[in-house]
Design a protein around this ligand. Structure first.
Ligand SMILES: [Zn+2]
Length: 201
């Protein structure tokens, strides 16, 4: 089947050639990158998604940071930090933190696993296309990097006032951030639809 692809930069329509592994396809007029194919398999994506789900679970189970001040120790978790924001009257910010750091990554990982495991078995998951479109739209709203940066700045600032001990959760969250970046890079939109077409044979 011949499919067409439109350049996102200059709107020139191209006929898609045979896709080669590990190649970048550029617009013939403006040289913008149309798509990049990589040889990552569904198995790689599933393995990364499983790793990410374990890291997300661990980063919610273990303490984020521990503070020691005047002999007392206070430990906070990711959920605890969001609840703390709520208690201090920043309910909206607490909700945004939870949604962007926990719920959107959770939805991303779970729905990718659901769709990819079905594709691997050459099946088509119920609501596969809708799910993948939602995932593409949600991608800019998963903000683990922003959260990590904020958490690191807070840890450094607070270390002047109290002894701050980074918790297991913080390290798991850092690993999750890298795993999600890897997962996003092996499941670009083009690659996903290539898998869908491949599963029909
Ligand atoms: Zn172009």
């Amino acid at each position: 089947m011949t499919s067409l692809i439109v350049c996102h930069a200059c709107d020139l329509v191209h006929r898609r050639g045979a896709i080669q592994a590990d190649s970048r396809v550029r617009c013939t007029r403006c040289r913008a990158e149309l798509y990049r194919t990589n040889s990552a398999s569904i198995d790689t994506a599933i393995a990364l998604a499983i790793t990410a789900s374990v890291l997300l679970l661990l980063s919610n189970l273990y303490p984020l940071v521990a503070f020691q001040l005047n002999g007392t120790t206070r430990v906070t978790t990711l959920f605890g930090a969001a609840l703390g924001l709520y208690d201090q009257g920043y309910g909206l910010i607490g909700a945004i933190v939870l949604i962007t750091t926990v719920f959107i990554p959770l939805f991303q990982i779970a729905s990718l696993l659901y769709v990819l495991i079905a594709l691997r078995d050459r099946r088509r998951a119920v609501r596969q296309n809708e799910l993948f479109r939602t995932l593409s739209r949600l991608r800019p709203w998963a903000l683990p990097e922003v959260f990590m940066l904020g958490a690191l700045v807070a840890v450094v600032k607070l270390s002047a006032l109290a002894q701050v001990i980074p918790g297991i959760s913080l390290f798991c969250y850092a690993a999750l951030m890298l795993t999600l970046a890897g997962l996003t890079s092996v499941t670009p939109t083009e690659q996903f639809w290539a898998w869908v077409e491949g599963s029909k044979t």
